[in-house]
Ligand binder design. Structure first.
Ligand code: URA
Length: 434
């Protein structure tokens, strides 16, 4: 078999056979097929697309290209959750202890990530001493004992995707439905959970700006998961403005803690209940959404979800006192309220721009090597649809350098549109594919 023929077949609109897909994935992972040939194939796929069968085979080949986690020593149904990402998305921090307190085991691999704020792991490192460098044995023991463990992604999990994603990133071939779906699902399948709940974001702060694209991606990933024998569901949720009120690592941890105390922002709590319900149903701890929501509300009300977070932090070396006293989390030196320049309704907030404000403050990474400042970020005082009076705070900027605080404040003011008439914001939950 020759890579040249595979490229030409796809370039001409042909359908690749399973063995051809395996050939290029295995050869590329081993370093036997050069980047320039795989780039050409990616571009041909970008223009010609892939059938459902091709996408499935590509996913399986990438999932099987390296390590696969064996979770068989963990009792019960293991449920994983994945978000396509957005600004202020701290869902895993609150959701994981909520579902674990209801008896669903969460054995999760998370990333650090580039972007506006860190990934789940960076956020969790706001707890002094917290580590995700667990041995496989300790990972398994922790899930069996307390119901949660989160570890960093091993270098050898779906290595074919790692190489391909880096290549797509520099060859303008990321935004293809089959390539995105197979990339995400290959990592989820390799991570070994029995059931997967996907949170697919849509809106100005999301990867998928249009709802129809988010829905198509969700359908594709649900189909791939099910064909691979995993219970898979997807929720389409809004990312046209930041989720909750906080953006920034330690600030988001604080908001997750407040949510577990029953004092979280409404939209964030709603998303946790919707995703949590799907996780409880997948984990066979509830038979319906109503029953699941009731259980999730109970574990917030009786404090068991918060205690579960403390147990989890402690089990991974962190100082769990910060769960009950969030003032122990990293805090910025400058905390600056930014007044509204005029009275009116918040018509829109350009979500991506809020993320960039966090990046300017030092809350995210521009390159893999960048240091991240866990203490900085923004706390929104008004969300879309709220009324604000001139001079009242619109947002609070948390930073450690005066110049950066000024720049972030100015940028936030430009991202936030104030209107005379109230806008009609769409629903947070757009659709659920079960
Ligand atoms: N996230 C991934 O993991 N892969 C993609 O292709 C896009 C987003």
């Amino acid at each position: 078999m020759r890579m040249y023929d595979i490229i030409m077949k796809k370039r001409n609109g042909g359908e690749l056979e399973d063995r051809e897909i395996r050939f290029f994935i295995e050869g590329y992972t081993r370093g036997e097929i050069p980047d320039y040939q795989v780039s050409a194939l990616m571009m041909a796929i970008y223009f010609r697309g892939m059938t459902e069968r091709e996408t499935q085979e590509l996913t399986m080949a990438m999932a099987e290209s390296g390590d696969r986690l064996d979770l068989s020593q963990i009792h019960g149904i293991k449920v994983d959750k994945h978000s396509t990402g957005g600004v202020g998305d701290k869902t895993s921090l609150a959701l994981t202890p909520m579902v674990a307190a209801c008896g669903v085991s969460v054995a999760k691999m998370s990333g650090r990530g580039l972007g506006h704020t860190g990934g789940t792991i960076d956020k969790l490192e706001s707890f002094p001493g917290f580590t995700t460098e667990l041995t496989r044995q300790r990972f398994t023991e922790n899930v069996n004992r307390i119901g949660i463990a989160i570890m960093g992604q091993t270098a050898d999990l779906a290595p074919a995707d790692k190489k391909l994603y880096a290549l797509r990133d520099v060859t303008a071939t990321v935004d293809n439905m089959s390539l995105i779906a197979s990339s995400i699902m290959s990592k989820k399948l390799a991570a070994g959970a029995d059931a997967i709940v996907l949170d697919v974001k849509t809106g100005s702060g999301a990867f998928m700006k249009k709802q129809e694209d988010a829905e198509a991606l969700a359908r594709e990933m649900v189909r791939i998961g099910r064909n691979a024998g995993r219970k898979t569901t997807a929720v389409i949720s809004d990312m046209d403005q930041p989720l909750g009120l906080s953006v920034g690592n330690a600030l988001e941890v604080r908001e997750a803690i407040e949510t577990l105390m029953g004092k979280g922002p409404e939209d964030f709590e709603e998303l946790c209940l919707v995703l949590g319900s799907q996780m409880l149903i997948a984990g066979e701890k509830a038979g319906s959404v109503q029953e699941a929501e009731k259980k999730l509300k109970e574990v917030i009300a009786d404090g068991s979800a918060l205690r579960k977070l403390a147990e989890f932090v402690e089990a991974q070396g962190g100082d769990s006192r910060a769960v009950y006293n969030p003032d122990m989390l990293p805090r910025a030196e400058i905390v600056r309220p930014v007044p509204a320049p005029e009275s009116g309704y918040i018509g829109s907030i350009v979500c991506d721009e809020v993320g960039i404000c966090s990046l300017i403050l030092g809350g995210g990474r521009e390159t893999k090597e960048s240091e991240i400042d866990l203490s900085v970020g923004l706390t929104l005082c008004r969300k879309v649809g709220d009324y604000v009076r001139k001079g009242d705070p619109l947002v609070v900027v948390h930073g450690n350098a005066e110049k950066r605080v000024e720049e972030a404040a100015g940028r936030y003011l430009r991202a936030c549109r104030i209107t005379d008439a109230p806008p009609c914001p769409g629903p947070l939950i757009k659709a659920v594919f079960t």
